[in-house]
Design a protein around this ligand. Structure first.
Ligand code: TYM
Length: 332
């Protein structure tokens, strides 16, 4: 069976982009793939986290996965730091990947900002850990949002270089799975910026723990332009806010942007926003309610993560051994 690996960082402010671009798509893949879903706490600490918040956010991301419909029995759900193979393989990849490759990563440039000297070494090496996450299980497919594409290309480069440096055919070439009407959900305040956990404005994103009032208010206040809604995606040019809101609607409604344009073309934003808010509340409400219930039962969530980690370790063990033997580590 083809194997999937994907991950979400427990850095707080889980938002609609994470849900529509990633987690919700996972639910659709779980019948056709052998799936491993990871709360990547080791990635989170590439920027400073308060320990108690990291723990709480780890549970929250796991709860979001389960509440969205990812079945923890059928799939593996665990947090990264419980499986030491991720760190072990990441070190090997630190020695395979080239500085030049990592210097081209746009996410590092964005996150490090102007003060690169002050960024953690972990933030720079982050894509190597991500490649290790995937290749530790020889995963073949990775469902993510658009923003992770460059990291997956690097994962392929690392796999290829390892295979050729050591004269093996050990790692598969990973395929990104980027699909749906919301592969890149944009900020509600700026149609040119991605919806992100780290945006200082809370109004820029719909949070997975926002109540219905907050969801409706944020949609009502979302930036728009003065024209009626376009009747076709061909008219999205120069109208990023319309494209974004209509894409979100299409994704939430399991429809297409073409259909949403056909239905709302020529309408005012104010009318459309009311429909969008109702739809968002109707679709997110049950997920949020289940998330709240799960977060009230940390022992259950911790059990899922512990059980998932044990199963992940079993898959990783022989693969890591094969990798260590290829490298020439004595005792592997
Ligand atoms: P992270 O935690 O930033 O995001 C988790 C998932 O949500 C997607 N996403 C979005 N999709 C659409 N629109 C948006 N505005 C949006 N923002 C985020 C991301 O593409 C991702 O799928 N490096 C990863 C975590 C990771 C990982 C991995 C992913 C670590 N190891 C191995 C896949 C495989 C990250 O920072 O995701």
């Amino acid at each position: 069976m083809k194997r999937i690996f994907s991950g979400v960082q427990p850095t707080g402010n889980l938002h609609l982009g994470n849900y529509l671009g990633a987690i919700r798509n996972w639910v659709r893949l779980q019948d056709d793939y052998d799936c491993i879903f990871c709360v990547v706490d080791m990635h989170a600490i590439t920027v400073r986290q308060k320990p108690e918040e990291l723990t709480a956010n780890t549970r929250e991301v796991a709860a979001a996965m389960i509440a969205s419909g990812v079945d923890p029995k059928k799939n593996i759900i665990f947090n990264q730091s419980q499986v030491s193979g991720h760190a072990e393989l990441a070190w090997i990849f630190n020695c395979v990947a080239r500085l030049g490759w990592l210097s081209r990563m746009t996410q590092f440039k964005e996150k490090a900002g102007k003060d690169k000297e002050n960024a953690s070494v972990g933030l720079f090496a982050y894509p190597n850990l991500m490649a290790a996450d995937i290749l530790l299980y020889k995963a073949t497919h990775v469902p993510v949002g658009e923003d992770q594409k460059q990291h997956l290309e690097l994962t392929r480069d690392i796999a290829q270089k390892f295979n050729s440096d050591f004269g093996v055919d050990l790692f598969p070439m990973v395929e990104p799975l980027i699909f749906g009407a919301a592969t890149r959900v944009m900020s509600l305040k700026n149609g040119a910026a991605k919806m992100s956990k780290s945006d200082p404005s809370d109004n820029s994103r719909i949070g997975m723990t926002d109540d219905s009032g907050a969801i409706a208010r944020k949609i009502r206040k979302a930036k728009t332009d003065p024209h009626p809604l376009p009747a076709s995606p061909k008219e999205f040019d120069g109208r990023p806010e319309a494209a974004n809101l209509m894409g979100i609607y299409a994704s939430l409604a399991d429809s297409t942007v073409e259909d949403v344009c056909a239905r709302f073309g020529g309408e005012q934003f104010s009318t459309f926003k009311q429909h969008l808010a109702d739809l968002a509340v109707a679709k997110l409400g049950p997920v949020q309610e289940e998330m709240r219930r799960l977060m009230g039962d940390p022992a259950y969530v911790d059990g899922v993560l512990g059980d998932g980690a044990a199963r992940a370790r079993e898959i990783a063990r022989p693969i890591l051994k094969e990798i260590q033997e290829a490298v020439g580590f004595l005792g592997a």
